[in-house]
Ligand binder design. Structure first.
Ligand SMILES: Nc1ncnc2c1ncn2[C@@H]1O[C@H](COP(=O)(O)OP(=O)(O)OP(=O)(O)O)[C@@H](O)[C@H]1O
Ligand SMILES: [Mg+2]
Length: 362
């Protein structure tokens, strides 16, 4: 049975349209991540799934049942927010037990579920503590534990780790990945701004922009084959370099001309009718390398060197005069500011987008 089906879901606040027709099918047990710029409607969509916001139009099904008018408590959904909102006067145990007590569960069942959740999240030693005696990461785990205790069919997370520092984020992200394995039948929908969380946790990522879905797919598919310029620029960090160009030769291999007059062959087939059209040429920072032979993609002057140890980022003034091209090289690199360097890239790693921003397929 399908976990969740959204059909032409729309949302307006008064005259302001926030979601413009979302169609999405989520399979039972799937881990779905919503990403997109601030204000694009991720939280609104999540809250509509939870039943915390009305659906302006469209249909939403959970387990085959139309839930548009089903109240939150009857949807079998648990939600974890950015701010964990624990009851400050209750112990960790009582925070997790509270919902089940209200629901009239037996003492034994409550105890079993609290201990099982505490076990999954390694909260055993803290059950008698008050939230104020916990770290941010531990508090967020209690909030997740509280949600697990409800034994939800669908688990919703709205940026649950964004209040945590970098190290805790990593540790808690790994807890969530484990949780997903242990709750294999539970559908999870997770909103994040963090590329690593999206890439590592998701079975499929949903990229949203201005209330619309731009693309849905497994993380590496979005990375390797973005459907359009928006997804190309959004997935991957630092973002893909995009340069204006003109198509000068079509066929099995397409030749383009960059603004500075240099020509590039890309392994993308275009029709004869595309000749003369403007196109955006894209190459990821990590797909560029220092050219060794005579063949190179572009030449430029290094304006900034950022040595991070693990990688070195170069900002190179090249074929696009106003904007640097970002190059990401592995490890520590002996390149100095002001140096002129030639870069190359594998032909198959180059991207091309038409004037409307749609990808020309390889
Ligand atoms: N109650 C409301 N009344 C009017 N407009 C709202 C309301 N709630 C949200 N919006 C608007 O809806 C749009 C989507 O908001 P939403 O919170 O879903 O964005 P988001 O993608 O979660 O952003 P962020 O990444 O910043 O959390 C925004 O433009 C926001 O201003
Ligand atoms: Mg939000």
């Amino acid at each position: 049975m399908t976990g969740l089906v959204l059909k032409d879901i729309r949302k307006s606040y008064g005259h302001v349209k926030v979601l413009h027709g979302i169609d999405l099918e989520i399979k039972e047990g799937e881990f779905i991540v919503f990403v997109g710029p601030s204000g694009c409607g991720k939280s609104t969509l999540l809250r509509m799934i939870a039943g915390l916001e009305d659906i302006t139009s469209g249909e939403m099904y959970i387990d085959g049942q139309l839930v548009n008018d089903v109240p939150p408590s009857k949807r079998g959904i648990a939600m974890v927010f950015q701010s964990y909102a624990l009851y400050p006067h209750m112990t960790v145990y009582d925070n997790m037990a509270f919902g089940m007590r209200i629901a009239g569960e037996s003492k034994d069942e409550i105890d079993r579920r609290v201990r099982s959740a505490a076990n999954i999240l390694q909260l055993g030693p803290y059950l008698d503590r008050l939230p104020k005696a916990l770290s941010g990461g531990q508090r967020q785990r209690v909030a997740i534990g509280r949600a697990i205790c409800r034994d939800p069919k669908v688990f919703l997370f709205d940026e649950p780790l964004s209040n945590l520092d970098a190290a805790l984020r990593v540790a808690t992200r790994i807890e969530i990945a484990k949780l997903n394995e242990q709750m294999a039948d539970t559908t999870m929908i997770y909103v994040t701004h963090d590329q690593v969380e999206a890439m590592t946790l998701a079975d499929r990522i949903v990229v949203l922009s201005a209330g619309k879905i731009e693309q849905v797919g497994p993380p590496l598919e979005l990375y390797e084959r973005p459907a359009n310029l928006f997804v190309a620029g959004f997935i991957g960090s630092p973002a893909m370099n995009i340069m204006p160009s003109t198509i000068i030769e079509t066929g099995a291999v397409t030749r383009i001309k960059l603004k500075d007059g240099s020509e590039v062959a890309v392994d993308i087939e275009t029709a004869a009718t595309e000749k003369g059209k403007t196109a955006s040429f894209g190459v990821r920072p990590e797909d560029l390398s220092v050219a060794t032979g005579d063949q190179f993609l572009f030449e430029g002057t290094v304006s900034i060197v950022e040595a991070l140890g693990e990688v070195t980022l170069l900002y190179v003034m090249g074929p696009v005069e106003e904007e640097p091209i970002v190059v990401k090289l592995p490890g520590i690199v002996d390149v100095k500011k002001g140096q002129t360097v030639r870069f190359s890239a594998d032909k198959t790693k180059l991207h091309l987008f038409d004037a409307a921003g749609q990808t020309y397929r390889h």
